[in-house]
Design a protein around this ligand. Structure first.
Ligand code: SF4
Length: 329
């Protein structure tokens, strides 16, 4: 069976003063119906720009998107007209952002924002859309739903606004939800509640989830497959549990060592030294080599190929010789 979302050879280039700067450098991944995939990496790794490309929201004059294949549910996303994009967004692909204030209209009542999506995409009249929106807000666990429906975004807490945004995103039962750091700004309890709401809707409606996060603990709990991004390219991908329990790329290992262990065993938290290179900077060989503790002469010369190691693949010359950091197994 073909994948619902198929991405092959994705390149995203920013046009800056007669130059094209690669923001994403050739990426392949797939997402089956009802599947889950996490994109993880530091800021500057290209996570958000990939999502915006999947939603057709990048400015065409400044940014060029090219790919061998970029297909969603039978649609070639490279050839969609603006009106076809509008039909697809919100109805088949929905997105949840980290900050609800960036996607909620501050001048419109919260409930009406959910009802409007239902009217536009489901063709319901005002009364029907209102009833569906109220039901949805209740399912999102919003207390005093009628009152919240009439309130403006600034009158709600951050967690409540996030629920309103998720209700709007899920209101048309999308085939794919793209969630970009959906819970980063929330406290741990709210974070767990919101991720649970998304999980419930996934199992009820068979919706696929593309979760963008820098938080490996969140990825571990919520996705089956993982793709680790560094400086616009993938460095490790495979089963989330395999990648996180026994990573085979020094960058994934570094991300894990900067987190408290989930096993409860203590280890020293270590930051990855240095910074992600600027997209315009040319780095010969492995793009991670200036920050890698394992780098050798070959790493400075040769771009690593994918190496398969039980359940995942790693773009490291020495993937089959590396072992998981202590305290992670
Ligand atoms: Fe480090 Fe070399 Fe592997 Fe790159 S190829 S991650 S520099 S060991």
């Amino acid at each position: 069976m073909s994948a619902m979302l198929e991405v092959k050879g994705l390149r995203i280039l920013a046009r800056v003063r007669n130059r094209e700067i690669p923001l994403v450098r050739g990426l392949d991944f797939e997402l089956p119906e009802a599947g889950t995939l996490g994109l993880v990496g530091e800021s500057g790794s290209g996570k958000t720009v990939i999502c915006l490309a999947l939603l057709g929201l990048l400015p065409r004059k400044q940014i060029r998107v090219e790919a061998e294949v970029l297909r969603f549910a039978g649609h070639d996303l490279l050839r969609l007209s603006p009106s076809a994009w509008r039909r697809l967004r919100g109805r088949d692909i929905a997105m949840v952002f980290q900050d609800p204030m960036t996607s909620l209209n501050p001048l419109m009542r919260c409930g009406e924002q959910v009802a409007e999506v239902i009217r536009v995409h489901q063709g319901k009249d005002r009364k029907q859309a209102r009833l569906i929106a109220l039901e949805l807000l209740e399912q999102m666990g919003l207390p005093e739903t009628e009152r919240r429906y009439r309130q403006y975004p600034f009158e709600l807490s951050g967690g409540m606004r996030q629920r309103v945004m998720i209700a709007a995103a899920l209101s048309c039962r999308p085939k794919l939800l793209i969630a970009d750091e959906p819970t980063t700004a929330l406290d741990v309890t709210l974070q767990a509640q919101i991720l649970e709401l998304i999980r419930q809707r996934r199992s009820r409606d068979g919706m696929a989830l593309l979760l963008i996060t820098h938080d490996l603990a969140v990825a571990r709990e919520n996705v089956e497959k993982l793709l680790v991004l560094y400086a616009g390219g993938a460095v490790e991908k495979g089963e989330a549990a395999r990648v996180l329990e026994a990573p085979r790329h020094p960058y994934t290992m570094g991300l894990l060592q900067s987190l408290p262990p989930w096993s409860g065993r203590m280890h020293r938290l270590l930051a990855i030294e240095g910074v992600v290179p600027h997209p315009a900077d040319s780095v010969p060989g492995c793009r991670f080599h200036p920050r890698c503790a394992f780098a050798g002469e070959r790493c400075r010369r040769e771009v690593p190929e994918w190496v398969g190691v039980s359940g995942r693949v790693s773009a490291c010359h020495f993937a089959d010789q590396l072992s998981a950091p202590e305290g992670r197994r």
